[in-house]
Design a binder for this molecule. Sequence first.
Ligand code: FEO
Length: 392
Amino acid sequence: MCSAIELLDDVYYVGVKDYNRRIFDALIPLPHGTSYNSYLIKSDKYLLIDSVQKGFEQEWIARISSVIKPEEIDYIVMNHAEPDHAGTISYFLGLNSKAKLITSQKGFKMAKRFHGVSSDRILAVKDGEELCLGNKTVKFIEAPMLHWPETIFTYLKEEGALFPCDFFGFHSAKSLDENDYEDLEFQLKRYYGEIMMPFAIMGKRAIDKIKDLEIKLIAPSHGPVYKNVKKVMALYEKWTAGVTTEKVIILYTSMWKDIEYMVDILTERIITQGVKVVRYNIINSDLGDIAADLVDSRALIFGVPTVLNSMHPLGISAAYLAKLLKPPLKFVLLISSYGWVEAALGEMKKIFSDLKAELIGEIAVNGPATKSEIEQLLALCDKLIAKVKSLS
Ligand code: FEO
């Protein structure tokens, strides 16, 4: 039988674990499943923070019921309207005829449209608004585009607990204890790259907004809760500032090894120059790992061939992903190969034209690279390495 887990005095974890989910947004792999975290605050009034994904109602309600009957709860906060957190709000409001749904002004419309909540059940709050529950007070902090427009953070003042929904979270069903993750930084980075990196500016604004609050516990809506607040905040401050390192990420695929041969040569050259390089063949790579490495890579080498008079379709997909995630890349080098007509380079340049990165050069080879083409490639590589080192 599931029970609530008390995290702080009268602050409970009442979320659920989804061990079997393997994909999110029909895009990002979840090798470790995920959790849909929900929290319950007990005072004179009871306040529930977020619901869970549809299909997990039974476990969620069982955890809540170990503290209070669900129908006696006074408020449910919708920090974020995405269905993994808001998907069972209407179910809950069906069980409980008195509770108000608290959300932002933008969340008001989403609660009605996406979750069928009637206007009279919704209490739309403003940025900084507070609600007294008795001996505990919660404050609502607008955090737009982290990562939807309506997102808010909920802050429990007396306990110094921040509930920032997806911000600071990561996908794992493994444990609620941060100390159980040897790879905590990598998991945080992977999720930041997948979900928050496109909104780094808004992330920086949100950090500025909360950095003077006394925060003793960060309780996001996926993964573990953090008492090591400084560590998590420092990582997010670095990533939202777009700090890059001497690192080159290579994304490529190759039909007849012509591109892979060039990638091998580039990889070796970069390593021998003392710069870190990570490479992903996009046909069999985990998009989450790529997103994590895009968070702090300073340069991208992108290589896909022309096929059927166009850029290779998997290359188009990978290029769009890299562009949409808005990584803080500073430099780009494009490589390609073709059989009888070259078409990929132009398409690559068009897709990457939105990236605020300097195009260092481009090269397309007709089949296997010749000796002089390898020399051109190495010259471009040396130029790229010099640029990467120049920013350190
Ligand atoms: Fe975890 Fe944006 O939902």
